[in-house]
Design a binder for this molecule. Structure first.
Ligand SMILES: Cc1cc2nc3c(=O)[nH]c(=O)nc-3n(C[C@H](O)[C@H](O)[C@H](O)COP(=O)(O)OP(=O)(O)OC[C@H]3O[C@@H](n4cnc5c(N)ncnc54)[C@H](O)[C@@H]3O)c2cc1C
Length: 356
């Protein structure tokens, strides 16, 4: 039976960085358990997501050989335009961020992983036998059976090894609208892209837009009317709520590709027999634009979690992070123009549980 000190479950950015980091720290070979390789990049399809991240994250990725140009990072942003506590739009200074191509980040990390001989990759759905903290594979008499002293669960919102998951009964979802610059097109749309982050509150959620020179995203988040309906209906919703400026200068929403709705509201989980990191531990509301960078920071801690005391301290810090995030969200809801609407109030009730 093969023995590992660390096994990582999940090949999202957090899981891959955790495995790369642990391998670099000289913890012997690290096992990475991945359900599937990342999907191939389709910038013109509906799922091409842009994420806003702190500029400092680029330095971290560069340390792992991922150059900013590989992930679409260019212009930095220090101002957001928001319509939140009233129907007027304001420019608000923010810590400097950069917009990156999320599928490109997944591919770049995946390539680094494949080049790292100290990481052993097992693909496909895994049958696991969890112990106090360690884990064994369950494969009958298979000679590829393995044991790991520590299981790091970075399986995202699935939180595969969690003993409890707290999520809202009516999770808010994001509907992503994407427009890619098509260089083959006789009249490229690129010049219309609006790179700055724009955000407007809606009665049952919010809408934001952001872009890189190659891709424009418009994202509707919430429940009910804020995310259901056709592109025309959503555009009408923006007119009715005087939030149409978010689309100003852009082609009609009907020209965008529409992606699948995905849950994006707050969720957290606990596990006594594994260490949860990234979204598996705390999936932040995307309103904060912090999920990716906070998850990657946690990935850099996994090599130091060898003792029960270190794990207890780590989990205590995660709890504090959850409470801080919940408090920040509640402040944002309180100041929201629509904060007294039922959808926002229901969500606020749920978020309060994250402060305990
Ligand atoms: C629409 C949208 C917009 C966002 N915008 C931003 C933003 O602007 N800024 C920001 O910082 N964050 C943003 N986020 C949040 C950010 O994407 C997440 O915080 C980040 O992806 C967390 O990474 P992760 O690796 O923990 O989880 P994930 O990215 O979810 O990765 C989990 C991985 O685990 C794998 N997996 C699941 N189950 C199993 C299993 N049983 N076995 C093996 N593997 C498994 C999955 O296939 C996946 O590859 C956004 C999220 C969404 C949905």
């Amino acid at each position: 039976m093969k023995r590992y000190r660390i096994a990582v479950l999940g090949n999202g950015p957090v899981g891959i960085l955790a495995a790369l980091h642990a391998a670099r720290q000289g913890h012997g070979p690290v096992l990475l358990l991945a359900a599937d390789p990342p999907a191939s990049i389709d910038a013109e399809g509906g799922g091409y997501r842009i994420e806003a991240v702190p500029v400092s994250m680029l330095a971290l990725l560069l340390e792992y050989g991922i150059h900013p140009h590989l992930i679409g990072a260019g212009q930095t942003h220090a101002v957001r335009q928001i319509q939140w506590d009233s129907q007027s739009c304001m420019s608000v200074p923010t810590p400097r961020t950069v917009h990156i191509h999320r599928p490109a980040l997944e591919q770049a990390l995946w390539q680094k992983l494949l080049q790292e001989p100290r990481i052993h990759l097992h693909l496909g759905e895994q049958s696991l036998q969890l112990h106090d903290v360690g884990v064994d594979s369950i494969n009958g008499d298979n000679p590829n059976n393995w044991h790991a002293d520590l299981l790091i669960d970075a399986s995202g919102r699935a939180a595969r090894t969690a003993s409890s998951i707290d999520k809202s009964q009516q999770p808010w979802v994001a509907r992503l609208y994407t427009l890619a610059n098509n260089t083959r097109h006789p009249n490229p749309v690129r010049s219309h892209f609006q790179p700055h982050f724009k955000l407007a509150a809606l009665p049952e959620g919010y809408v934001y837009s952001l872009a890189t020179p190659e891709v424009q995203n418009v994202v509707f988040v919430g429940r009910g009317k804020a995310v259901k309906g056709s592109a025309k209906e959503l555009q009408k919703l923006l007119q009715d709520t005087q939030a149409e400026w978010v689309l100003q200068g852009l082609p009609q929403l009907t020209e965008f590709h529409s992606g699948m709705a995905r849950p994006v509201s707050l969720q957290w989980a606990a596990s006594a027999r594994s260490v949860l990191i990234g979204d598996a531990a705390l999936a932040r509301d995307i309103l904060s634009s912090q999920g990716l960078s906070c998850g990657l920071s946690e990935a850099l801690c996994v090599a130091d979690l060898g003792t029960p005391q270190a794990r207890a301290n780590f989990q205590q810090r995660q709890k504090q992070q959850r409470q801080l995030h919940a408090t920040a969200l509640l402040i944002q809801i309180r100041s929201c123009l629509y904060g007294m609407e039922a959808a926002w109030q229901d969500y606020a009730q749920f978020i309060m549980r994250a402060r305990t």
